[in-house]
Design a protein around this ligand. Structure first.
Ligand code: NIG
Ligand code: FE
Length: 391
């Protein structure tokens, strides 16, 4: 843990995500400073009123934001699916079956290799400003392999999700009910100690509403909080099931009826949008504007995985959300920070106010709007996590 206090001053614009500290929903403070004390933020406000500290960093007029909270990734895998991507870009549609390719590669990989893969993608994300990352199992699909994936994930993040119900593996092709019984029985027993969340890919070709309900309910009975891959490839019951079970988030939300939107607006389930997936599968964009106008809470995440969205870049997702999904730059920045924290039911991250975790980034730009305005440019020039400078 870093010792002593550090004053970060000369911040052109500070995003606090605390409306009590500054302007608008982002709680913007101009000409700002922050004081970090160990792992926490001790003070945030106008630079002219900042208290003294043991050390001083000059941000040189750069914008400062909370670290991005990427609440949906699949990092425990081996191999890639370059050919599948190439075929898709020549017109072949995305299908859940491609997951099997990664299951085979992941089962064949040793622990050290999988650890190294997760570490590499977490480090890649960190350089782009992501200080909290959720990650899922889902490429093991047997009790031993899913537990192994979660043990590996748990060495890299506290936010681990049991996704034994990603697809039905080949060995259960003729017995999907038997697979659901495996997931809700021995697999859950093996995995629950290493997971905080339980997730299901509720989709045609994966798990239907009844199967998803059985799996999420069994997970919840073991203390895992539900989150759902919902309405990604088609209309379906996933979103309404997520809200009904008070899931922390419904992820994808690409094909929504008015009833789905109303459910999200009325419940406390966060709508997590994953524009990297629509980009990489040439699918229609989720309508963030419709969700926001209805009053739903929206988060943005990368969905980083080798099949549908092989990006770890939250800035890229922000740019897509603004250009293609009807979000304003401020809404997208909120969704990638405070929204991600809400999707993980966290209040210690995603904001920069006294008491929050000292997770922040500096942008080589005068405003957070530049994340969308200058797409593809590596603007994240410094990152602190738990008060320690990590990039
Ligand atoms: O979130 N939709 C299901 N799971 C992933 C895709 C995984 C894969 O294609 O390997 C997703 O898009
Ligand atoms: Fe996913």
């Amino acid at each position: 843990m870093p010792s002593g206090t550090t004053l970060v001053t000369g911040i052109g614009v500070l995003v606090t995500n605390d409306p009590a500290l500054g302007e608008g929903p982002l709680g913007l403070v101009r000409e700002a400073a922050l004081v970090l004390d160990g792992e926490r933020v001790a003070w945030a406000g106008p630079a002219g009123r900042a208290p003294t500290a043991d050390a001083r960093v000059d941000a040189g007029g750069r914008a400062a934001l909370p670290g991005f909270v990427d609440s949906h990734t699949h990092l425990v895998f081996d191999g890639d699916r370059t050919e599948e991507f190439g075929a898709r870009m020549s017109g072949r549609p995305y299908a859940a079956g491609g997951i099997r390719t990664t299951v085979a590669a992941t089962r064949a990989a040793g622990d050290e290799r999988l650890h190294a893969n997760v570490a590499r993608y977490v480090a890649e994300a960190l350089r782009q400003g992501t200080t909290v990352v959720e990650t899922k199992s889902g490429y093991g699909l047997s009790p031993g392999e899913e537990a192994r994936a979660l043990r590996i994930a748990a060495a890299h993040t506290d936010e681990t999700t049991f996704l034994g119900a990603h697809i039905v593996p080949p060995e259960y092709e003729d017995d999907p009910a038997g697979y659901v019984a495996l997931v809700t029985g021995p697999m859950l027993d093996a995995c629950a100690p290493y997971a905080r969340w339980v997730d299901v890919f509720c989709e045609r070709g994966a798990f239907d509403g009844d199967q998803a309900r059985a799996i999420l309910t069994a997970g919840a009975a073991r203390g895992l909080v539900p989150r759902v891959h919902a309405n990604q490839l088609s209309y379906g019951p996933g979103v309404r099931l997520a809200v009904e079970l008070d899931a922390a988030s419904a992820d994808h939300c690409t094909h929504l009826t008015d009833e789905d939107v109303d459910a999200l607006a009325q419940g406390r389930t966060v709508a997590t949008l994953l524009p990297g997936a629509e980009f990489s599968t040439r699918a229609p964009w989720p309508d963030a504007r419709r969700l926001l106008d209805a009053g739903a809470t929206v988060a943005l995440s990368t969905d980083c995985n080798p099949g549908s969205s092989f990006t770890s870049s939250m800035p890229f997702c922000i740019a897509l959300a603004v250009r293609e999904m009807g979000m304003t730059p401020d809404e997208a920045v909120w969704a990638a920070t405070a929204g991600g924290a809400a999707a993980l039911r966290r209040t210690d991250v995603g904001r920069l106010a006294p008491g929050a975790r000292a997770d922040l980034l500096l942008l080589d730009a005068p405003s957070p709007v530049h994340l969308a305005y200058r797409p593809g440019v590596p603007l994240v020039s410094a990152v602190w996590r738990r008060g320690a400078r990590v990039h």
